[in-house]
Design a protein around this ligand. Sequence first.
Ligand code: DGT
Ligand code: CA
Ligand code: CA
Length: 534
Amino acid sequence: MTTDQAALTNGDLARIFHEIGDMLELQGELGFKVIAYHRAADAIGRSPVDLVSAYRSGDPPRIAGVGKAISDKLAELATTGRLAFHERLRVEVPPRLVELLQIPGLGPKSVRQLHQDLGIESLDDLRAAAEAGRLRTVRGMSARTEVLVLEGLARLADRPPVRMRLDRAEDLVTAVMAALAQVPGVRSLEPAGSFRRRRETIGDLDLLAETNDPAALMAAFTSLPMAETVIGKGLAKSAIRLVRGPQVDLMAMSLAAACTYRIHFTGSKEHNVRLRAMARDRGWSLSEKGFLRIGEDGEPLTGDAAELRTFATEAEAYAFLGLPFIEPELRENQGEIEAALAGTLPRLVSLPDLRGDLHSHSDWSDGRQPIEVMIAAARARGHAYQVLTDHSQSLGIARGLSPERVARQAEVIAALNARFAEEEAAGTAPAATPPEGFRLLHGCELEIRADGKLDFEDELLARFDVVVASVHVGRRQSRGDLTRRTLNGIRSPHVDVIAHPSGRKIDERPDLDLDWDLVYGEAARTGTALEMNG
Ligand code: DGT
Ligand code: CA
Ligand code: CA
């Protein structure tokens, strides 16, 4: 039996499913299953609907990543307040034990053994046992294990703070803003900080609010179900930490000074330092509250003498400093102030600039969708072209295309283009079709093989509309070899684009170590485009 007082919040549910993910990992469960639990937990934590009430009323919402198995568990939790599966797991593995897996060399099996034999439940327990020389009493472990464990613990402590990728930040920002939008008095909510600057990774989240009732907003914010802990609570600023997530700072803006709040909390810190110096040179002190006159001692004046200046828009505040508006994406003090003063700020690329996609995979190789489905989506978006670049033959794991399959694909593409031309002539093409029409271009993603050779003969390459070449295999080769392979691609007269030249995956895989000056120089000389993953 449960009472409403004891009802689990979405945050509690998220914690339970994260814990299940951890405990299954310790039991040696397959990676995808573990990830599925953590994904579902994230989605549950972010859900705008109170899930316990929804399950009790028999009308639960559909949540991305929550399938039948997890939905059944949610139903059990909603109706009984408990989950037998979870309780069984808890008997077998303490949830904090999972932290031990971060130590290189400790897999689920050794961690379970450490728990069984020595009663270790946390990283602190592990350190104590290693320091006391007790790990060597466990079967398969030795004094050497103790040294490695202590080294691993030390490295864990010096690790740079974890940052999250922009896409995850986007989900979290959206969820927090949705949860606060209906709070009485709230007029607007907007993201600031590195998220607004669209950095590829984000440390913590910063939100700005316009509200007539800061007390109500801060109370709602600090009691969000998805909050794990409240770090600080005040009328002007509060901070929470999300369940298995980042810190979120929320600032209530002074309404008259909203634009300087935006500038201040968007940052970057280094950009703001430059702006404050420029203000100072003009006899003003700049803070989130606005511009204040400074006295001879360099300190802001008070009272009427301060001549507080606030502006309605960021552009006016920049203009006050003699600058054009600087887009948030550029505010890193990486030359944007100089460019703004010289009138050479770049125009940022935006979605309407996108006329087509130069790199795409269908289910002919490792893409998920048939060509027709992809093309329908591209046409509906008003694109003028799409280049199909299924993998070339040697990339076996991606079902790379043999020359015979390339020839068959060419026929399919020709037939599709003939149909598009007919539809355009008859006026039955999708409404979004641009005046020049839509064409599917035939390309390939050409392997630059480990020995540096290109994966198709020149004669075949000459038949493609666009050739995108890339390095996938042999990433551990020397800088010289990797550079030579990339240059082989660039120098081929048939190669138009080098795909993902650095091979980086944000936070997962570092840049290839290439001689970048040489690569950029040859790409410029030969007119070969370099792809940027976006
Ligand atoms: P992050 O969170 O590491 O991805 O990077 P940011 O740029 O979002 O940094 P964050 O969250 O520390 O601060 C956002 C902006 O807010 C920062 O560029 C300047 C401003 N700010 C935040 N806290 C303070 C503060 O205590 N003093 C000053 N002067 N500015 C601050
Ligand atoms: Ca931040
Ligand atoms: Ca912050």
